[in-house]
Every structure is written in structure tokens, then in C-alpha cells.
Design a protein around this ligand. Structure first.
Ligand code: ZN
Length: 289
């Protein structure tokens, strides 16, 4: 071994031990913990942790829930490196300003499509939430969310692929997929034993997105946007079955209350607020004559 290769080897070893670079020695095993709001919406925020650092996914709806996410992050002992917003629905972003205040300088990122939708709809969503859920319960302003310039997030050398989705549960969205870890942080592409939000009139595209997941690679653990976590990959077929069953129920029901009763008769899930609000919107926006 020449002195040069010896020095390079020593340098690589030092870098590996300091930064847990993928490909040097044992790969980092990521762990995922979550905070879930109460059964009204049962919305999840996830902390993906390596040895020292962490990434937060989604930021809750109310001020109180966002504060509990801050507690979860502090209790982890990890250094928060970034916050990823999966999609521009207010139950995932209105709490972000509270979290941002607790972790100044930590970037909040999303895909360009999600950022555009967030900027377009965020102000009205904030004002509406203040009116309907009590001004004191909702953050005073929207957080600053910037465009993620890459198609992946890296946590201590471990790659999480940003999987762009459109016209499903929301007009734009992205999931995170870790191929080596075989994990999917799905955002609201997937719900686990929680009522699906069917207010965007895009259930066919949603099913297409769900079917496309098989092309990603192996998935062992799924971290859904709403409901119990983690789930297994079987939750994908469960959501396809739910959409295929509930959309016809909503189409044929005579009233919002009739539709809600029939869905509850078929599925005993959490997230009653999701069902109540989204069925009302479905009847005014999506129901075909
Ligand atoms: Zn949601």
C-alpha cells in the first residue's frame, strides 16, 4: 500500500465514522416515530431519525398538535435537519409555523407543485381555519415553504426518493420512498383504517397512483398520512378497495347523512371528521347528477 492510498483509506474511515456515509461500513438504520392528532382527523407527522439527525414529515393542523410535534422532536435528542411537506392540505401545513419557530433556520421544503398549490390556497385556508376552529387554536401565519431542488432527501447518507404524485387525494403531492429501508412515507396517498378524504373529485387518479406504487420496489413498512402507523403494504389494496366501494356509495346516497351512515356501516374507522367534512364537500363539488 502506498502512503497515498493509506492516507485516503484513513480519511475515508474518519469520514465514515463522522458522517455515516452510505457505502462505508454498516449503513445507517433509520427509525420512524410519529405524532397523531385526535380521532377527528387522526393526522400523522413523522420524525425520520438516523444516528444523530432527523427529518420531519408534515406539520399538523392546530397549534396544540404542532406544539406536541415540537415536544416529540426535542425528546428524540436528534438534530432536526429539514421538514418535508407532502402536500398542500391544511391539516398538514397550518401547524408548520409553530414548528418553524421552535427550530429556526431549519428549511421547510416541498416539490415545486406542492409549493405552488400551498402559496395559492394557503391564505384562504388559514383564514377559514381561524374562523371555523377558533383563532387561538390556529397559527397566526403560514410558514415559509421552499422548493426542494433535488428529487431526494439524504439523511446521514441514506437516500429517500421523492415520489411525485398528482391528481389523487390532493391536486399535487409527493411521498418519500427509502428503497434500502423498504419504507414508504406516503402522505395522504394512503390512509390506514381512517376514512379517506374524498373532496377533490379525483378518485380514479388516486387509484392509478396507488397501482403505480408497485413499480417503486419492495415496500415493507408504510407510514400513512392518516390513521394507525406503521402499516404493511397490504394497506395499498385496502385503499383501492375502499375507493371502489365508497365512491359508488356517495354517488347513490340521497343525502350527506345517508352517505355517512352507509360508509360507517361498512367501515368502522377513525377520522370521523374526515368523513363528515369530505362527504359534505363531495356532495357540493363532486357528485354527478
Ligand atoms: Zn390529510
Amino acid at each position: 500500500m502506498t502512503l497515498r492510498t493509506h492516507l485516503l483509506g484513513a480519511l475515508c474511515g474518519a469520514l465514515c465514522s463522522l458522517f455515516f456515509v452510505a457505502g462505508c461500513g454498516s449503513p445507517v438504520q433509520l427509525s420512524v416515530s410519529n405524532y397523531q392528532s385526535d380521532a377527528t382527523f387522526a393526522v400523522n407527522s413523522y420524525l425520520i431519525s438516523g444516528e444523530n439527525d432527523a427529518i420531519l414529515v408534515d406539520g399538523q393542523f392546530t397549534r396544540g398538535d404542532a406544539e406536541k410535534v415540537v415536544t416529540m422532536i426535542n425528546a428524540s435528542g436528534k438534530t432536526l435537519r429539514s421538514i418535508f411537506l407532502t402536500h398542500a392540505h391544511p391539516d398538514h401545513y397550518l401547524g408548520l409555523d409553530v414548528i418553524a419557530a421552535a427550530f429556526p433556520g431549519v428549511p421547510i421544503v416541498a416539490t415545486a407543485e406542492v409549493v405552488a398549490e400551498f402559496k395559492a390556497k394557503g391564505p384562504d385556508a388559514l383564514a377559514s381555519a381561524k374562523t371555523n376552529f377558533g383563532a387561538a387554536n390556529i397559527a397566526d401565519k403560514l410558514a415559509t415553504v421552499t422548493v426542494l431542488s433535488d428529487d431526494k432527501l439524504i439523511l446521514e447518507g441514506e437516500e429517500l426518493q421523492v415520489v411525485k404524485l398528482s391528481d389523487g387525494e390532493s391536486p399535487s403531492a409527493a411521498a418519500l420512498y427509502g428503497s434500502r429501508q423498504k419504507l414508504l412515507i406516503s402522505g395522504d396517498l394512503l390512509y390506514h383504517r381512517a376514512y379517506l378524504w374524498l373532496a377533490e373529485c379525483k378518485s380514479d387518479a388516486w387509484v392509478s397512483n396507488l397501482r403505480s406504487l408497485s413499480r417503486l420496489g419492495p415496500i415493507e413498512q408504510v407510514y400513512p398520512g392518516h390513521g394507525a402507523a406503521p402499516a404493511t403494504a397490504s394497506v395499498i389494496d385496502e385503499n383501492i378497495e375502499y375507493l371502489g366501494t365508497v365512491v359508488p356509495i356517495l354517488q347513490s346516497a340521497n343525502s350527506v347523512s345517508d352517505a355517512i351512515a352507509k360508509v360507517k356501516q361498512r367501515y368502522n374507522y377513525t377520522g370521523g371528521g374526515l368523513l363528515d367534512y369530505s362527504t359534505q364537500i363531495y356532495f357540493s363539488a363532486c357528485k354527478k347528477p
